[in-house]
Design a protein around this ligand. Structure first.
Ligand code: GLN
Length: 514
């Protein structure tokens, strides 16, 4: 295996044993970035200089015998929705194309304090709205398993970067599936934590009652290690939980025992109905057999309100987005439209031109949907109904968790689809998150892990648990992983044929970056 193929914990061990310096590891990752980035296009901004500086700092401290956090000196990528002080944070939107935040997100501060070496900012669907990363205002990212296919979204940049060896691990965000679905499509591990476990301070808001930040990694141990670093109370986020449920945030690696005998796992039959690709269903069913083989008690169950999740989400998320995105008015910060020929816009023209030029089509669609659902006369008929459905969906989960320790489903109904395949059909794109959305609506944690292949493309298995059950989910995921080879496989960067050729990238250097 090459250096860029190693997990974060394998790299940490090399650093600890003095077999490599952080500068050398960082060099290997940037070499990989330069080699494959023209094909993958995962990065919006590469911060090579700052990375070497951070790496040398860690190396210096290690030479002085300082007691360093375990992952100190290991490179990491950040989804471009996370604010980084002094480094452009675009949300893959024209609106924030030149936005340089004056502060960093809490998770960024926490990783930096643990000695992380940041490689750069990773591509995403604009404002995290999408399931393919094709909604990026800059360029689409390509799936390392087949370059003609999407990496999923909205955290397609982080997923592709980790799968292609361009970052040992990354942070993504998940509002309706954006960590888990791309993790599934790129054959990596992705965890959406319980709402409130990880601070959202400094994450550009999409739908605040649903958004969470989480790890995207090559294996389950890395996922536990990164969660250790980012979980915990933050006074700067008013929705931050005081601890992890009843107590302090635990050491999540303590759950990786390999032992899952007697754990009760539920399989909702509604998650295996229409729209599920048959090869994906096969791979997931085979995984259920493996879990049973490890001693788990696997039983069928019912999730009666499953079919309402997507419509419910597509009222609540756009409603919150329409409110959150009102701040991009051309006045406070971000893009401002200016009149041509030295003329001047009046205030209303400035607002409307700024927003019509600064936002892409999907973002505008969400703002219109949300504004409509919240407007007088429609609020009761749409938004309020959606809130009620949200309660019913949460109740479904609560009932199931009286009976089961975890619930299992496919992560995505299909393997990675071709670039362009769903671009003109928002509804079919929305259905890509049919199994992940209920989790955000209920605020519970869920993890996606690789569980097989169909035609050489990765398939993901989703494990969901009650609030603050990250430990149990990681335990099951780890036991499954120890029993299967998928986490050791690396993407082949195979060339295929896109459904339509992806839209040309506007501007940018030869790598398409801006
Ligand atoms: N694909 C879903 C959407 O477009 C979820 C996105 C996300 O989790 N950020 O809203």
């Amino acid at each position: 295996m090459e250096i860029y193929d190693l997990t974060a914990h394998e790299l940490a061990d090399l650093l600890q044993r003095g077999e490599m310096t952080s500068e050398e590891v960082t060099g290997a990752i940037f070499q990989r970035i330069h080699d494959v980035e023209p094909d993958i296009q995962a990065y919006v901004t590469i911060t090579e200089e700052q990375a070497y500086e951070a790496a040398r700092q860690v190396d210096g401290e290690r030479r002085q015998g300082k007691d360093l956090p375990y992952l100190a000196g290991v490179p990491a990528g950040l989804k471009d929705v996370l604010c980084t002080r002094g480094i452009r944070t675009t949300c893959s939107s024209r609106m924030l194309e030149h936005f340089i935040p004056p502060y960093s997100a809490t998770v960024v501060e926490k990783l930096a304090a643990a000695g992380a070496v940041f490689t750069g900012k990773l591509n995403m669907d604009e404002f995290a709205m999408g399931s393919s990363t094709e909604n990026s205002a800059f360029f689409p990212t390509h799936n390392p398993w087949d370059l003609s296919r999407v990496p999923g979204g909205s955290s397609g940049g982080p997923a592709a970067a980790v799968a292609a060896g361009e970052a040992p691990y990354a942070l993504g965000t998940d509002t309706g599936g954006s960590i888990r679905q791309p993790a599934s499509l790129c054959g990596i591990v992705g965890l959406k934590p319980t709402y409130g476990l990880v601070s959202r301070y400094g994450m550009v808001a999409f739908a605040s009652s649903l958004d969470q930040i989480g790890p995207m990694t090559k294996d389950v141990r890395d996922c536990a290690l990164v969660l250790n670093l980012i979980a915990g109370y933050d006074p700067l986020d008013s929705t931050s939980a005081p601890g992890a449920g009843l107590g302090a945030v635990p050491d999540y690696t303590a759950f990786l025992t390999g032992e899952i005998r007697g754990l009760r796992i539920g399989v909702p039959r509604e998650f295996f109905g229409d729209g599920l690709d048959s090869a994906v269903a096969e791979a997931v069913k085979a995984s259920l057999g493996k879990l049973a083989g490890l001693g788990a008690v696997v039983d069928e169950c019912s999730f009666p309100h499953a079919e309402y999740s997507v419509p419910c989400y597509y009222l609540i998320a756009p409603a919150e987005a329409s409110s959150n995105l009102a701040r991009y008015d051309g006045v406070h910060y971000g893009y401002r439209a200016v009149a041509e020929n030295g003329g001047a816009y009046d205030l209303m023209e400035m607002y409307t031109n700024t927003r019509s030029q600064g936002f892409g089509a999907e973002v505008k669609r969400r703002i219109m949907l949300g504004t409509y659902a919240l407007s007088s006369g429609y609020y009761d008929a749409y938004y309020l109904q959606a809130l009620k459905l949200r309660t019913l969906i949460r109740d479904d989960f609560n009932r199931l968790f009286d009976q089961f320790d975890a619930i299992v489903s496919p992560t995505s109904p299909t393997p990675p689809f071709r670039l362009g395949e769903k671009s003109d059909d928002p509804l079919s794109m929305y259905l890509s998150d049919v199994y992940t959305i209920p989790v955000n609506l209920a605020g519970i944690p869920a993890i996606s892990i690789p569980c097989g292949y169909t035609d050489g493309l990765p398939v993901g298995l989703q494990l969901m648990g009650p609030v603050f059950s990250e430990g149990t989910l990681l335990r099951i995921a780890h036991a499954f992983e120890q029993d299967t080879p998928y986490h050791q496989d690396r993407a082949p960067l195979k060339r295929g044929h896109a459904a339509v050729s992806p839209a040309g990238r506007e501007g940018g250097d030869s790598h398409g970056r801006l």
